[in-house]
Design a protein around this ligand. Structure first.
Ligand code: F6R
Ligand code: ZN
Length: 208
């Protein structure tokens, strides 16, 4: 039986065996240089996700940058770990805090780990079966996304929320379900406090 370890730099399937490496990571720009992809996501990428449509439409012409994602690419196979850093900027659309698009992993039974380097926020999670959870981010805090849970980061603070993440190389991403129906919950500022409330736009329509 072949495996990816092999001998003398060649795995059993003929591909190069991965080498160990180390990276400087952190919250300053020079600690982001070791990553090899860099994605910018603006407000327009979250069409239909914020509950305050009027506030969204007003902000759209300037299309503010909501977050950036730096990733260290790994082979998209089981056994590898893709990893990187998300920088989510502070702000709100109406009373709803800036957030990431959110997704399920295409291979649903894959987990993920987030580790907060800077800022305050929440990781909002839910399952197809109707369960949901919200875990807090603050520096030094880790959140474990269990297999089969969709996840979306939310910046509830006044500064950047900076998160390190790692997930299986073969996980893939499935954005469609969230793009079509959103999350069951939203996170808003009300009377100066942060509240997790029902999403008025959430649709129970089954998405396949
Ligand atoms: C990867 C993962 C994070 C997010 C990133 C941006 O599986 O969960 O790296 O990809 O925080 O969020 P999305 O991908 O939802 O735009
Ligand atoms: Zn993920």
């Amino acid at each position: 039986m072949t495996n990816r370890c092999g001998t003398q730099g060649q795995s059993g399937d003929g591909h190069a065996v991965s080498r160990p490496f180390a990276l400087e990571i952190g919250v300053s720009p020079d600690q982001l240089r070791g990553f090899d992809t860099h994605v910018h996501r603006r407000l327009s990428a979250l069409q239909g996700q914020f509950s305050a449509q009027e506030a969204y439409d007003k902000m759209l012409p300037s299309d503010p940058l909501l977050y950036e994602v730096y990733t260290k690419q790994r082979p998209e196979v089981a056994g590898e770990l893709a990893h990187g850093i998300t920088i989510l900027y502070p702000g709100r659309v109406g009373n709803e805090f800036f957030m990431t698009k959110g997704h399920y992993h295409a291979l649903r039974e894959t987990a993920e780990i987030y580790y907060c380097l800077k800022g305050r926020g929440l990781l909002l999670m839910e399952t197809d079966a109707g369960d949901w959870a919200a875990e807090e981010f603050s520096p030094g805090r880790m959140v474990y996304v269990a297999p089969c849970w969709a996840h979306r980061s939310i910046n509830t603070g006044g500064e950047e929320l900076i998160l390190f993440f790692a997930f299986p190389g073969n996980a893939g991403h499935d954005y469609a379900a969230i793009e079509q129906r959103g999350f069951r919950k939203i996170v808003v500022q009300r009377n100066g406090s942060i509240e997790v409330v029902d999403n008025p736009r959430w649709s129970s329509a089954v998405v396949r």
